[in-house]
Design a protein. Structure first.
Length: 165
């Protein structure tokens, strides 16, 4: 089934901000690995779209009928207000980065990654020892390259929303 693209107008049934063709270009530009099959690419974009709905975005959703985290009211980035009927380029690029990260985790699960070789002894039988993998290398897909795209659009735990009344 083809992706339904959210363009900021609250598209019914939207399940992505980006197209599979845009994902292919993004992956080529950034040297990321994605599946060649368009259906698999669309699936990754859908999974990224769903993951993004759980993120603590600034502002608030425009409509209770929207399927994703964007568009939003009341979001400023670098001092500029983002229109409530727009999907910022960083959101689209972040979804594509997230899709590539999810694919990487699918083919190389973080829990199964090993650290660097710390011991390699060869005499008859081969013995190899691995260092413990650093936790930063095994974090979930949502906290890696895509987080750079979302900078300034997500709230953090050290921010308080103050409203004068």
């Amino acid at each position: 089934m083809a992706l339904v693209i959210e363009d900021g107008s609250i598209v019914p049934g939207a399940d992505s901000f980006s197209t599979a063709a845009e994902l292919v270009i993004y992956a080529a530009n950034y040297g990321l690995t994605i599946p060649a099959d368009e259906t698999a690419q669309e699936s990754l974009l859908r999974r990224g779209y769903l993951e993004m709905t759980s993120m603590p975005w600034k502002g608030r959703a425009v409509s209770p009928d929207q399927t994703g985290a964007w568009p939003r009211y009341g979001v400023c980035r670098n001092g500029f207000t983002i229109a409530s009927d727009a999907i910022p380029a960083q959101v689209k690029q972040g979804q594509m980065a997230l899709a590539a990260e999810i694919y990487r985790d699918d083919i190389d699960p973080p829990a199964q990654r090993k650290g660097a070789v710390t011991k390699n002894r060869v005499e008859g039988a081969v013995e190899q020892q691995y260092a413990e993998a650093k936790t930063s290398a095994t974090k979930a897909a949502a906290v890696r390259q895509s987080s750079a795209q979302f900078a300034g659009l997500l709230e953090s735990s050290n921010q308080l929303k103050l409203v004068r009344g």
